[in-house]
Design a protein around this ligand. Structure first.
Ligand SMILES: [Zn+2]
Length: 304
């Protein structure tokens, strides 16, 4: 593994890493200058490098960015709120080099104080960035084909499935579906659904067991493919099943297990959300905390 930081001549460094690519370049940046990068991306594509570019869908990129082309793939990302941006600045080359930092791939950025870090062969880390890259593309694909409902208070609503225990030959579990408002925890119980083998599908069983000493690019890529295909099949499953729409799956957990067991503290419960619809990923939190007199408390009380 090697890590290097750069504060000067950043554009030059980025271009050199891009030109060293053997088979794939994945770029995910808020802004990108077409003047600087289009000829480089075309050169790479011409010698067979698979080039994919994710950028923020804004007027600057529209006027001065990298134009659409059939030589490489572009994904102009719209965020859910007009005030927010696809603000990443990272790039993965050949699944083994990661560039990340504050630097925008724009014309003006070289006049600012900026940094990039170039990290090689740190495969656990690179896998996380690969997931983010393809999560953003999945979000892009879902964008036009879906909708967000609004609560009477104006905040966004999502449907949360609370997953019960599995039982029976087909690992059947009950899912209680609640409508939850993100800002003010307005909740309502929508009904019950049933699913089979869901814990296995959600990756809650059979954790893959990679030995760290042999964790190289090949094991990373095969683990990554496995994780992608299970996340895609889950998304397809929840998109296509009949019944109540489910945007997230969570379980109730005790947040102070040790304190409860050792010090006899009152149990404090939370809702751990471990799967969420790709389209709503930035709207749904990872954890819902007990608000005691509010809607989250209603959900928790219903299940403990
Ligand atoms: Zn509300």
């Amino acid at each position: 593994m090697a890590v290097e930081a750069y504060f000067e001549d950043i554009e030059d460094k980025i271009i050199r890493v891009l030109r060293s690519s053997k088979y794939s370049v994945k770029i995910c940046v808020a802004w990108i200058s077409g003047k600087i990068y289009t000829p480089i991306l075309e050169d790479l594509a011409n010698r067979g490098v698979n080039v994919e570019l994710v950028y923020d869908n804004n007027s600057t990129n529209l006027r001065h960015g990298v134009p659409r082309s059939n030589k490489y793939k572009t994904y102009a990302i719209d965020t859910r709120l007009s005030s927010s941006l696809m603000h990443n600045k990272f790039c993965i080359v050949d699944d083994e080099i990661l560039i990340t930092g504050s630097y925008n791939w724009s014309n003006k950025a070289k006049d600012s104080f900026e940094n990039i870090v170039v990290i090689r062969n740190e495969f656990e880390l690179i896998k996380d960035f690969l997931h983010e890259f393809y999560d953003l593309i999945a979000y892009y694909d879902a964008f036009s084909s879906n909708y967000v409902r609004k609560c009477h208070c104006g905040s966004n609503l999502f449907n949360l499935g609370i997953l019960g225990q599995e039982s029976g030959l087909y690992d059947e579990s009950k899912i209680d579906v609640w409508s939850v408002c993100v800002k003010n925890s307005h909740v309502s119980h929508l009904g019950e659904e049933y699913a089979q083998h869901l814990r296995a599908q959600l990756g809650m069983k059979y954790e893959p067991d990679w030995c760290l000493e042999t964790y190289d690019k090949d094991s990373m890529l095969s683990e990554f493919q496995q994780e992608r295909s299970s996340s895609n099949s889950l998304q397809n499953y929840f998109n296509s099943r009949s019944g109540l729409r489910i945007h997230a799956i969570g379980t109730i957990a005790m947040d102070n297990w040790n304190g409860h067991m050792e010090w006899d503290e009152e149990p404090e419960y939370i809702v751990n959300i471990f799967w969420r619809d790709m389209y709503l990923r930035k709207l749904i939190p990872e954890t819902l905390y007990d608000d005691y007199f509010g809607g989250i408390n209603e959900i928790i009380s219903d299940h403990v």
